[in-house]
Design a protein around this ligand. Structure first.
Ligand code: 5RP
Length: 293
């Protein structure tokens, strides 16, 4: 039965304390809808404001990449140490236990495989928004090919998935791919990152390069860096450190984690840089101390 006495007796109005206006901490996210803000907030650590994303989507173009031959064995032990898992829907369905408590950034587009000379020629939608929501994806990853033959097609896919994501409150991660004939220059990344943000991506994945602080300054949404090909662990940590110092909000790293001598120790060392502000030398010493020989 309705309780009208409770209304008469209520006194805790705190009339001196104004209700806060939006305090949403994620760059460029202040005017999004609640569902999208909530999904983004699960991807970024509330204290550091940054994220460690583990990318293991490589099989979608490269097949059983070294270190990822058995995703079912490699990924579940690493999952608790990262903030987000980035992968294909096939990987989610077959290799991730549904009890996993981490946001999933779902690769929503497909591209030509490495069997073709240039993968940038044009892909399509690999998972639509209904299926993404059904599998509880937190974010959609869309590959783009700025300055390459596949540019127009990939921007069309980005626009369609941003529209769909906006309808359902699912943010989009725009991935800057570097085409076969493109140079990894400041000029290219300034253009590509800004272009994806202006076309509606909520987070951008790109590569670290010289002049990175200008790229992060000019991009109105958070940037996370890809690791790229495997480097010695000390160099991968130095790259992460420079990226964070110059305005990146995290990493979306694959090969430099799962191909490391000790992927678990490397994940924790990367997190030291991304969340605790450790310099690369400290993080590398931590890696050496933690690593199983
Ligand atoms: C390509 C990608 C990858 O498939 C992958 O996520 C890259 O990760 P890494 O370079 O750190 O191995 O996004 O554009």
């Amino acid at each position: 039965m309705a309780d009208s006495d409770a209304l008469a007796e209520s006194t805790n109005y705190f009339v001196d304390i104004p209700q806060p206006t939006s305090r949403f901490p994620i760059k460029g996210g202040q005017h999004l809808g609640w569902g999208m803000m909530n999904r983004l907030a699960t991807m970024f650590n509330p204290v550091s404001g940054n994220t460690v994303m583990l990318a293991f989507d490589h099989g979608y173009i490269m097949g059983p990449t070294s270190g990822l031959e058995r995703m079912d064995l490699v990924i579940p032990p690493l999952a608790p140490q990262v903030d987000v898992l980035m992968c294909t829907r096939g990987a989610v369905h077959t290799c991730l236990p549904p009890t996993v408590q981490k946001p999933i950034c779902l690769r929503a587009t497909y591209d030509a495989s490495v069997m073709f000379d240039d993968m940038s020629n044009g892909g399509g939608i690999a998972a639509d928004i209904i299926n993404a929501v059904r599998m509880n994806a937190t974010c959609l990853a869309v590959q783009t090919f700025i300055g390459s033959p596949g540019e127009k097609n990939s921007l069309e896919l980005l626009a369609r998935l941003v529209d769909a994501g906006s309808t359902y409150g699912v943010p989009v991660l725009g991935v800057v791919a570097v085409g076969k004939d493109m140079v990894r220059s400041e000029r290219f990344f300034l253009l590509a990152t800004r272009l994806l943000a202006e076309n509606g991506a909520n987070v951008i994945k790109t590569y670290y390069c010289d002049g990175f602080e200008r790229i992060t300054a000019a991009c109105p949404v958070p940037i996370v860096i890809a690791g790229g090909k495997k480097l010695p662990e000390s160099e991968a940590l130095a790259m992460a450190y420079h990226a964070i110092s110059e305005g990146a909000h995290g990493v979306d790293m694959g090969r430099n984690i799962f191909q490391a001598d000790d992927p678990s120790a490397m994940t924790k060392a990367v997190a030291k840089v991304v969340h605790e502000g450790c310099c690369d030398q400290t993080a590398y010493e931590y890696y050496l101390d933690t690593k199983q020989s």
